[in-house]
Design a protein. Sequence first.
Length: 363
Amino acid sequence: MIIPELPAFLSSLGGADYKGLIISLFTLTAMISRPFSGKLSDRVGRVPVMMVGSTVCFLCSLAYPMLTGIYGFFLLRLIHGFSTGFTPTGQTAYLSDIVPPHRRGEAMGFLGTAGSLGMAGGPAIGGLLAHQFSIDATFYCSSIFGLLSIVILAGIKETLPAKQRFNPTMLRITRHEIIDRKVLAPCFIMRFCVFSFGTVYTVMPDFGEHVGIQNKGLLFTYFTVATLLVRFVGGRVSDRYGRVAVLRVSTFFIVIAMITIGTADSRWPLIIGVSIYGLAHGITSPVLLAWATDLSDVNHRGKGVASLYIFMELGIGLGALSSAWIYGNDSKNFLLTFAVCAGLSLMAFFYLALRRMHTYASH
């Protein structure tokens, strides 16, 4: 809801040259908090971890209208990242607890579909509120949705069998508790694929304005509506034909999408490129989540999920920072910005292709 309007909001505070930090600071905190959310999810429970994320979302959205300078904005973006660092980790682990393994891809598709519904309506509603009333109205409405999520979580039953009481010593993380080595393969694919995600969310508002799209949130709506069309199907197909086979198709289409976006010179080519990317991302995300939970130890599922999310935040953050630097507020650099994304997604595609060849050789 608020992301499409944040570049303009930051510019009004005097930070037009720091747009790349909007996404990267948020994802930095989310990435740092993942090992903690994963450990706490496996110890304290899935629901408390989700509750922390929802509470942070509620409070931070409420605080944006009070900002008067860019330093306060960046500090709040750092704090806001805890919402993404905690809630999805608890959600994914919770879902893995209550569904059978042979339907895990389908279940992750459901989770992704639910998220996409919010991401489809959020940017359009946020843009409408900002234009009809003010950006503060967008922030307050976002805060209300955060509060509603807290209300929902209050009525959910915990699924962790051996729930422990929280102890501050649980916040002590060793290096062995940061990454689950069993899930490194999906982590590698995630890092290179979501680089494009960070780029799209950083550069797309300016790109849309460049081609004459006034409501910048509409581009994100096209993106998320496209993800809605395939999230459920992609996960279900991966249950039947395998995670790697489906990911080879989706990563190839990310490459096509980045090339289409980068070469767009009017609104419809840009919309088509964003829609193709939505389809590709809508397949990739739930399949990677299902693959990671397949490989995770049953007693450390939170850690495995958190590992995947760490690489996701790393890729998004690098994508946001790099794209802002390459773009440099110059429309001539749109093509180069998205060409870099295409190249990295192509690396993920070749990795999956080589993995398939290695599997055949082993057999």
